[in-house]
Ligand binder design. Structure first.
Ligand code: 2AM
Ligand code: CA
Ligand code: CA
Length: 260
């Protein structure tokens, strides 16, 4: 790990823990909830506060970098030149509002388009997963091992609800039937972690935004797992993507099923 990444890693972990403590302390108080594009696409005052707080800290400590944040407090980022931070202050806002758990704070850093650091923090369980370029994946500092390379019929599959309700991608049914069962957590970040841990063999989701998938790419890379679009092309962080994060065997089977 280069010195600048090591120093930045320490700083980011402190920021995430500081901000996480505020979320825990405040999460049961009154929430201002607003609809964005639909009744199931929400933003709260907490999402906004977390992103503003991160943006302020990044701008103070790393003033030359650019920031692409979900809630719009960062910059207008149209390419991945230089150092770009991608922020999802609360991933799984519906869970945050309705379940009080199953949400994550996510942050990823790309240098000239290459993922170098990724963080997914499960706030209520206090588990901070980090992926560092060429440094592997850790959970609260402990190494996460490479998961078993399983087929669909040896594991569980996760997906997002828009495949079921909006995108009408019928292919999901034949893919799901091959697996041992289907799971929907409702947080792309936490589902990414499930793939990294091997508790599901694949996460397949449509229309995810750059900040939903940016951290997952390095998690998959560091563990020798797959992160692609449905057409097997690499993820494009300048647009929405239909993605598959998976162990290699399940990924190959999903590719074959999508294209048969
Ligand atoms: P969010 O909570 O940050 O919006 C839910 O299936 C997952 O999809 C969450 O990670 C959620 O992130 C993400 N997502 C992306 N676009 C969404 C949308 N338009 N509505 C709801 N969830 C969305
Ligand atoms: Ca999200
Ligand atoms: Ca969010």
């Amino acid at each position: 790990m280069t010195d600048h990444i090591q120093a930045r890693d320490k700083t980011i972990k402190k920021w995430i823990h500081d901000i996480g403590q505020v979320i825990i302390k405040e999460k049961d108080s009154y929430l201002e909830v607003e609809q964005k594009t639909a009744a199931n696409d929400l933003v709260t005052n907490m999402d906004k506060w977390v992103e503003k707080e991160l943006v302020e800290r990044i701008r103070t400590a790393y003033s030359k970098d650019r920031i692409l944040g979900e809630e719009g407090f960062g910059d207008s980022v149209k390419n991945m030149e230089g150092t770009v931070w991608l922020l999802d202050p609360i991933d799984g806002t519906l869970n945050f509002v309705l379940q009080n758990e199953n949400f994550a704070l996510m942050l990823a850093i790309y240098e000239e388009g290459i993922p170098v650091q990724s963080y997914i923090y499960n706030v209520t369980t206090n588990e901070l997963y980090a992926a560092i370029k060429d440094g592997g994946v850790t959970c609260n500092g402990q190494p996460v091992e490479i998961p078993a390379n399983r087929c669909l019929n040896e594991g569980l599959l996760a997906t997002n609800s828009s495949i079921m309700t909006k995108d009408k991608y019928d292919g999901i049914r034949k893919i799901a039937r091959k697996s041992l069962g289907l799971r929907l957590v409702g947080s792309a970040g936490l589902e990414t972690i499930e793939v990294a841990k091997g508790s599901i063999v694949a996460y397949i989701a449509t229309n995810l935004k750059p900040w939903d998938i940016a951290p997952g790419i390095l998690f998959m890379k560091e563990l020798g797992l797959k992160a692609t679009q449905f057409d097997n092309e690499p993820v494009d962080l300048m647009k929405n993507n239909n993605i598959i994060f998976a162990v290699p065997k399940a990924h190959k089977e999903i590719m074959d099923l999508i294209h048969e």
